[in-house]
Structures are given as structure tokens and as C-alpha cells.
Design a protein around this ligand. Structure first.
Ligand code: PMP
Length: 330
């Protein structure tokens, strides 16, 4: 009989897929690491497994304990799946701007979701931050993974994503491109690839225009899951050779092209990372192998990026950006 013991053992070992159409005019090979093949649908399943198993080993998380984390998205799904399989409870805290669909996904996996008002100061007792801290204090057996500071976030990528890419490319990878949110993906994968290649693999971070990683102040942007207004400790700034800033418009237009032209229905941070990867790949030759990591599926963004009304309402729909025209002419 062939079966997996539980969904947990399906985390990782995601496929690499060549991009064939958005790469027109580019000589380098551009490969996508498609993370929506993880059971929870995103790259965050990897960190959920590693953070929970490390907390079990250190004794921070005890049998029957409760995982409390301020998250509304992919990290919550990963934690919820691993937690239910291992017999832990989950309480997630999220701001009320989060869509009901996302909250219902977390509840479907059995998590409790506490929704906090967005329109209050961080110091207010009902703020997102204060509510999660209070829940940790008041819930017996509570443990907060804190993906922004947890070293097992980058470590999970050092132990899985990095080695997978080295093996899948037979050591031929020359450039790795990923969006930076907590920084866990790029730091863990990047450090592994630097070590494996003797320092020759170049690590490129993709960042929404306005975020701190590309020199901004945290100005709002619409692409989700990437960019920050502070520097998390999960991010190792020394690992990146280059940071490419990408606009919302370019990110979302590329996200739609990935669905139409490559059969990849993925999220907005994927489009952002691909824009950065193509910018890098354009300067390279036929022996170069660029890998771009695509963190999640497009299913969670149907009423935004994949809605013509939403795109038009933000002025993102006209396909006359200089990058697009240049691509066509190339
Ligand atoms: N894209 C999406 C959709 C995400 O949820 C995340 C995680 N915040 C990222 C990209 C960035 O990954 P990391 O936190 O490892 O930098």
C-alpha cells in the first residue's frame, strides 16, 4: 500500500516548473518553485512544521497546548493543519480588514479566530498586538510561534527549500529570487545555496515599492504577504546581493499573465517575484539558471487580482506599462 501517514508528510518537495512564455527574449533558464503544491496551499506549511516540532522538543509546546499567533493568512493555515494533526488548539488573531473568506478558511481547519478592530492605536487594549499578547498570558499552555523572530522559520528553508533546489537543479542554479516578508524564505534558502555553491549563487530579494527592504518607509502597497515597515530578525540582511522594488501594478499584471500564459494561478507576491526574476534574467546568458519561488495559490485573490472591476478600480488594468510593451517588442 502506498500512502502518507498524514498531510504533514506532504509538506515540501514541491516541483520546479520552467517558465516558457513570460520569458520571451530571455536567454537564461527561468524555473518556478511552485509552493502551492504544499497541503495548506503555501510555502508557510514548511515553517509551521519546523516551528511546532522545535517547540515540542524544547518543551515550550506541551501536549494539549494552544498555539496563539497574530496571522490571517498562509502561516495560520499551515499552523492549523499541523496543530490539528498533533492535537493542539489554535487561536489566531487578525485585524477586521481581513476578508471573511480568509477567516472562514482558518475556522474550517478548526482554528479559533479572534477579530480585532483595525481603527485603534497599537497601544489600545483591543489592538491586534495587545489582544494576542493577552491571549498568550491568559491561555493555559499557550505558545506563540512568532514567525518574525523565530529562528526555526529561516531554518526550515535552510533544511528543506535550499537542499531541494540544489538537488533539483543538479547544482546548476545561479540565481535565486524570492519576495521578502518575514525574510525567512530568502534567508534560509539563500544561506543554504550560498554555502552549497561556495558563494557563487546570487540571492535577489523582491520587495513591494514603499517597503523598508528597498529603502521605503513602509508606505502602503496592495500586494499581500511581502514587504514590511520594520526589520524582522528572521531576515538576514547579509544574504541578499540585490533587492528589486516592484510596483503593485506590475506585480498584479504579471500575476494575471502567469495564469493566462503559464497555467499558474498564483498570488500577487508571485507576480511580484517573477517581475524581479525577469529583470535579473534579462541581463544573463544561456548558461544561467534563475529560480523564482512562488509562495501561494491565486485562489485566495479571485475577488481582487483576478477581478477586472477591482483591477480597473485601482488603475491596474491598462496593459500599457513600459515593461509590458518592451517585453512584446523584444
Ligand atoms: N508571499 C506570501 C503570499 C506570503 O504569505 C509570504 C509570507 N509572509 C511571503 C510571500 C514572504 O515569505 P517570507 O515571510 O518567508 O519572507
Amino acid at each position: 500500500m502506498q500512502f502518507h501517514d498524514s498531510m504533514i508528510s506532504l509538506v515540501g518537495n514541491t516541483p520546479l516548473v520552467k517558465l516558457n512564455n513570460v520569458t520571451a527574449g530571455i536567454q537564461a533558464t527561468v524555473l518556478a518553485k511552485v509552493e502551492y503544491f504544499n497541503p495548506g496551499g503555501s510555502v508557510k506549511d514548511r515553517i509551521a512544521v519546523r516551528m511546532i516540532e522545535a517547540a515540542e522538543q524544547s518543551g515550550e509546546l506541551k501536549p494539549g497546548g494552544t498555539i496563539v499567533e497574530p496571522t490571517s493568512g498562509n502561516t495560520g493555515v499551515g499552523l492549523a493543519i499541523v496543530a490539528q494533526q498533533k492535537g493542539y488548539k489554535c487561536i489566531f488573531v487578525c485585524p477586521d480588514k481581513v476578508s471573511l473568506d480568509k477567516i472562514n478558511v482558518l475556522r474550517a481547519y478548526g482554528a479559533e479566530v479572534v477579530v480585532c478592530p483595525t481603527a485603534v492605536d497599537p497601544e489600545h487594549p483591543d489592538s491586534y498586538y495587545n489582544v494576542s499578547d493577552r491571549l498568550v498570558r491568559e491561555t493555559p499552555g499557550a505558545w506563540k510561534p512568532d514567525q518574525y523572530s523565530n529562528p526555526n522559520n529561516p531554518r526550515s528553508h535552510y533544511e528543506t527549500t535550499g537542499p531541494e533546489l540544489w538537488e533539483q537543479t543538479d547544482g546548476k542554479i545561479t540565481h535565486f529570487v524570492a519576495g521578502v516578508g518575514t525574510g525567512g524564505t530568502i534567508s534560509g534558502t539563500g544561506n543554504y545555496l550560498k554555502e552549497a555553491s561556495g558563494g557563487s549563487v546570487k540571492i535577489i530579494g523582491a520587495d513591494p515599492e514603499g517597503s523598508v527592504y528597498s529603502g521605503g518607509s513602509g508606505r502602503p502597497y496592495l500586494v499581500e504577504g511581502v514587504g514590511e515597515d520594520f526589520w524582522p530578525t528572521a531576515y538576514d540582511r547579509n544574504v541578499t546581493d540585490r533587492i528589486v522594488a516592484v510596483s503593485d501594478k506590475d506585480s498584479f499584471q504579471m500575476t494575471r499573465r502567469l495564469a493566462k500564459e503559464e497555467g499558474l494561478l498564483v498570488g500577487g507576491s508571485c507576480g511580484m517575484a517573477v517581475v524581479a526574476a525577469l529583470e535579473v534574467a534579462r541581463e544573463l546568458g544561456p548558461d544561467d539558471v534563475v529560480v523564482v519561488l512562488l509562495p501561494d495559490s491565486g485562489r485566495g485573490y479571485m475577488s481582487k487580482i483576478f477581478s477586472d472591476e477591482w483591477m480597473a478600480g485601482h488603475g491596474f488594468l491598462e496593459d500599457t506599462s513600459s515593461a509590458t510593451v518592451a517585453d512584446v517588442l523584444r
